[in-house]
Write a protein that binds this ligand. Structure first.
Ligand SMILES: [Zn+2]
Length: 289
């Protein structure tokens, strides 16, 4: 078992070897992305379901963070991810947990019932987005910074087994937010960057996305990152990549039977490779109007 410090050292080494700064200057100290094995801070709340584990924190200034772990199909869902992280000492056993699964004591309302930040219905099928509170008014999203659409650069640090470029191309079909793939540096000038990493992490989840946002709901540059698990099931790479990149754009889960999505929120629900039209509508009309 790797220790947290070992993981940190590996990530640091990877950053140094890529010739990159540890985090853009816009991220304040302590605001870099929280990796999948970094300790969960006190006061966090977790929600587990078939899809996986979502951990939210609310900072004193109205901002906060969301961490998404996508469970491995055929496993024990979010509960399995939680138990795995607890066994590693990453998650406290006293963490406040709500659940849609049997056998777990509810300690707080689920994300749609007062947990801040909150996953909100978009009105397009059952596609969802995230907001800073249960009023669903202040969306968790990228700032425009003077562009007609927010500009998102996914910085791909993964090998070709991970179809990051293809998934970015698909997400760039969304009207309202522009997604770009790059293997190079962060372009700056008000453009945002999402780091996309891969490694052999755990056996319980496929992908992990971390986002941090300010009181205005805007993602904080330098804090948003996607971690793709090489300990993946063959054939799930495209779904996993599409799913995690969707979270990094501000989308929640989408469990529609009539219009299946890679953001499906049940690990047993299917291996859908692409977003649904309702995900695109949510981006265009609700999140980035
Ligand atoms: Zn998810």
């Amino acid at each position: 078992m790797r220790t947290v410090s070992t993981i940190a050292a590996v990530v640091t080494a990877a950053i140094v070897s890529a010739g990159l700064a540890a985090a853009p200057a816009t991220a304040a100290p302590g605001q870099g992305p929280r990796g999948p094995h970094d300790p969960i801070p006190a006061g966090a709340k977790a929600h587990i379901d078939d899809d996986g584990l979502t951990i939210v924190t609310s900072s004193g200034d109205g901002g906060g963070s969301i961490a998404f772990y996508r469970a491995r199909p055929g496993g024990a869902g979010g509960l399995g991810v939680l138990r795995s992280l607890q066994a590693k000492g990453i998650v406290s056993n006293s963490l406040s947990v709500t659940s849609e699964s049997a056998g777990v004591t509810a300690g707080a309302a689920p994300p749609s019932g007062g947990m801040n930040p909150t996953e909100c219905g978009s009105g397009y099928g059952v596609a969802k987005f995230w907001a800073t509170s249960s009023s669903c008014v202040t969306k968790v999203r990228w700032a425009w910074n003077g562009f007609a659409d927010p500009q998102i650069y996914f910085r791909d640090h993964t090998p070709s087994a991970w179809p990051v470029k293809a998934a970015v191309t698909t997400w760039n079909q969304a009207i309202g937010v522009d997604s770009y793939w790059t293997g190079g540096s962060c372009p700056g000038g008000g453009r945002h960057c999402v780091e996309v990493w891969n490694a052999w992490y755990d056996t319980d989840w496929l992908g992990y996305t971390y986002v941090q946002y300010g009181s205005n709901g805007y993602f904080i540059d330098g804090t948003v990152a996607v971690f793709l698990n090489d300990n993946n099931l063959e054939g799930y790479n495209r779904m996993t990549t599409c799913h995690e990149l969707g979270h990094a754009l501000g989308l929640g889960h989408n469990s529609s039977y009539s219009s299946p999505s890679c953001l499906w929120d049940s690990a047993s629900g299917g291996n859908y490779q692409t977003p649904s039209p309702n995900d695109f509508s949510t981006l265009r009309v609700v999140i980035y109007p």
